[in-house]
Design a protein around this ligand. Structure first.
Ligand code: NAD
Length: 362
């Protein structure tokens, strides 16, 4: 069979292009389960990634999402120095209407059949009860509550990692990593954002906060001595650091033109609306961008620790390594005059290639 016989939109063509190892379509009409599990790369270890439930409009939309998300998990694990590969799963359906015990357990059996090459955790549209049903059928689940022996809420670890990423960026830009007197605008003060605000205020940073939840905004601002601002005005502030901790794609052509900050470093996933275009725009404008998938890797480190049996101290130590990893990325970006996102990708790819070589020797 000649591969060129497949059109560019075929599943095989997509897998070849993105370098996926294995994609499993899970269909069970009895329970209404329709899910896709994507294992991108297991060179470094088993593929770990959350399961997301979403009412995708088409099968192609679900496939594209799971391919994109699983691939980014490979990069995240690699750059963070973890012995994990990248994977992701999507369950197609409305998370408010289409859930049942049987559907979740059936999905768990599909994961079990992958014999540990894919390990999952909770993601958008899933809740602890769903994960409990999945765990009835498979041991390959992580990120479970502390009350039943798991690593619990990853948010404090994520916030710590983002904080280390901010400090590393400040060191690169200003020559030392003290945050005293530095101004930081944190957009979104949810699970991660609030803890980050506390860490920043402990180091005497001047903190601005914004959130669409007005009540919470007032409470958090008062609790930590931060200044509440509207989300829109945030992009016009004269500040040192913009920290997106709410949603993706807030760094786009319009906001880059408005932003007056020196550094962008936050927890939100996919902060750049278009990685290539906006990574380059930030480089040209002299704004230092700490790649999101590196500095928000605390949650993944938390899951990894659960699998590896590490305690909290070791988990935090590993999270602090985000400081050095960020420094390495920023250095490479500067030396090669490439966007930081590209520098991070290259370092991640190199690690995978290096480890692939040693595996070939076994
Ligand atoms: P969260 O839902 O607890 O908090 C998000 C906050 O952002 C909420 O308070 C919400 O009201 C606010 N928000 C939503 N839209 C907004 C807008 N337009 N402007 C201002 N505020 C807005 O989520 P979280 O767990 O704190 O995660 C924050 C971000 O970090 C998300 O993008 C998440 O994907 C990412 N992330 C989180 C973790 C983790 O461990 N929780 C790990 C990696 C990445």
């Amino acid at each position: 069979m000649v591969l060129s016989q497949f059109d560019e939109h075929s599943v095989f063509s997509k897998l070849e292009k993105s370098g996926h190892q294995n994609v499993v379509y899970c269909s069970d009409p009895g329970t209404g389960l329709r899910a896709i599990i994507a294992v991108h790369d297991t060179t470094l270890g088993p593929a770990l990634g959350g399961t997301r439930m979403f009412a995708y409009k088409t099968e192609t939309e679900a496939l594209n999402d799971v391919l994109r998300l699983s691939r980014s998990m490979t990069y995240k694990a690699a750059i963070t120095g973890l012995n994990l590969g990248g994977g992701k799963a999507v369950i197609i359906g409305d998370s408010r209407l289409h859930k049942s015990e049987a559907l979740m357990r059936r999905f768990g059996r599909f994961i079990e059949n992958l014999n540990g090459s894919f390990i999952t955790a909770e993601d958008v549209g899933m809740n602890p009860k769903d994960m409990e049903y999945i765990r009835m059928e498979t041991k390959y689940v992580t990120g479970i509550p502390e009350s039943i022996g798991g690593s619990g809420d990853p948010s404090p670890v994520t916030a710590r990692g983002v904080f280390m990423g901010i400090k590393a960026s400040v060191k690169e830009f200003f020559g030392n990593d003290s945050l005293a007197g530095k101004s930081v605008a944190v957009q979104g003060i949810g699970h991660v954002g609030e803890i980050l605000v506390g860490l920043l205020r402990n180091e005497s940073a001047k903190v601005y906060v914004s959130d669409i939840n007005e009540e919470r905004l007032g409470q958090v601002a008062q609790k930590y001595g931060a200044e509440a601002i509207s989300t829109n005005s945030l992009f016009d502030l004269d500040i040192d650091i913009y920290s997106p901790c709410a949603l993706g794609a807030t760094v786009n052509t319009e906001t880059i033109n408005r932003l007056k900050c020196s550094i962008i470093a936050g927890s939100a996933n996919n902060q750049l609306a278009d990685e290539e275009v906006h990574g380059k725009m930030l480089l040209d404008k002299g704004i230092l961008y700490a790649p999101d998938y590196l500095i928000n890797a605390g949650g993944l480190i938390n899951c990894y620790s659960e699998i590896a049996g590490f305690n909290k101290k070791k988990t935090l130590q590993m999270t602090e390594n985000i400081y050095e990893a960020t420094r390495r990325v920023l250095k490479k970006s500067k030396e090669e005059s490439i966007p930081t996102s590209e520098a991070a990708n290259r370092i991640a790819e190199k690690r995978i290639e290096d480890i692939r070589k040693i595996k070939a020797a076994w």
